[in-house]
Design a binder for this molecule. Structure first.
Ligand SMILES: *Cc1c(COP(=O)(O)O)cnc(C)c1O
Length: 328
């Protein structure tokens, strides 16, 4: 089984009433800096503060009534859990979200406020996932994974549809890359509608599991380290079924940006464009600011989310964050 372009079209019809068709707006600051037309696809303005609502909503709506009644569960570092909680509540299904102790408190509170039960287990994504597996086995719940799932990938792909339909002349799209559900869906839509448009994945330097896996030619584990792009943390799964191959086959190139560069990009987005972004969402801006990606035509950046602790954001935009004092 493979995700098809028609799955993305079906996802759009299914999730339409539940998600925002987000704005794709021009960035005067980056257009001025690079000399090419740069636009932002504003998925950080999505209802739950990140694009993940699209994939989660598509997955929940694709279940039977019987499955929905038994409940939905997910292991999440934040944005996915929030999306599953919101999508479940929208369709009247109970949801249990499992997450590790490393997840910031603002994200935990946000999920509780969406009516889901939160279960804090262990110190890693893997331990949270074990609890999800247990709920599936013993309570008949359905787990919705954050990226390696056909309905999730198809849901994220609706972003690519919107981007290319509104700007068919795009030369490149820059997409934050972690497990690869976002970029797999976007790349499938973009390459179907416009094969010449480049799709570039961007990760942080610390713990970029998909980039390490592409280099190894198979899914590999990487050490998980704290990063400002915390939504990009975690592995791609050694038993990865969909996203590894899709990213390998559809994505033109990958780029890595440092913690300092991510911080500079968060600050730039706020000071120059009045956008509050989390680290994961700022990596495309970092790629442009550093010249690691040099645009050769109209380029659109997926701004993927805005779940950042307000204290951290304030430290970054004021230049007080410790990342600005570390060795580059
Ligand atoms: C999940 C997430 C990503 C990465 O998406 P993948 O499908 O795992 O590659 C990027 N940005 C934000 C804000 C996210 O929540």
């Amino acid at each position: 089984m493979k995700v098809a372009f028609t799955d993305i079209l079906a996802a759009r019809r299914r999730i339409g009433p539940y998600i925002h068709h987000t704005q794709q707006r021009s960035s005067p600051a980056l257009t001025g800096m690079t000399g090419q037309t740069i636009t932002f696809k504003c998925e950080h303005q999505q209802t739950t503060g990140a694009f993940k609502l699209r994939g989660a909503t598509n997955a929940v709506l694709s279940l039977s009534d019987e499955q929905r009644k038994k409940g939905i569960c997910a292991a999440s570092t934040g944005n996915h859990g929030r999306a599953v909680a919101f999508a479940s509540r929208n369709t009247g299904a109970p949801a249990v979200i499992c997450m590790s102790k490393l997840v910031p408190e603002n994200k935990v509170a946000a999920i509780r406020s969406l009516g889901a039960q939160v279960r804090i287990v262990g110190k890693s994504q893997d331990e949270a996932q074990d609890e999800v597996d247990r709920l599936v086995d013993t309570e008949g719940m359905t787990s919705i994974p954050p990226f390696d799932h056909m309905d999730v990938i198809a849901g994220q792909g609706t972003i690519g549809l919107e981007m290319l339909e509104e700007a068919p002349e795009l030369d490149a799209v820059l997409v934050p890359l972690s497990g690869g559900g976002l970029i797999a869906g976007v790349a499938l839509a973009v390459k179907t509608l416009s094969p010449g448009t480049k799709v570039i994945g961007i990760s942080m330097e610390r713990g970029a599991a998909m980039i390490a896996s592409l280099a190894a030619g198979r899914p590999v584990m990487v050490e998980e380290l704290p990063t400002l792009a915390d939504s990009l943390g975690g592995g791609i799964g050694l038993a990865n079924t969909y996203t590894f191959e899709m990213v390998r086959d559809l994505v033109d190139d990958t780029i890595r940006v440092s913690e300092r560069e991510i911080a500079e990009a968060i600050r730039f987005a706020y000071m120059q464009e009045a956008e509050v972004l989390e680290g994961a969402a700022a990596v495309g801006i970092a790629a442009l600011m550093t010249g690691k990606f040099v645009p050769s035509g109209p380029t659109s950046l997926v701004l993927s989310g805005k779940s950042i602790a307000p204290e951290t954001h304030l430290e970054i935009v004021s230049g007080a964050h410790q990342v600005f004092h570390e060795e580059a």
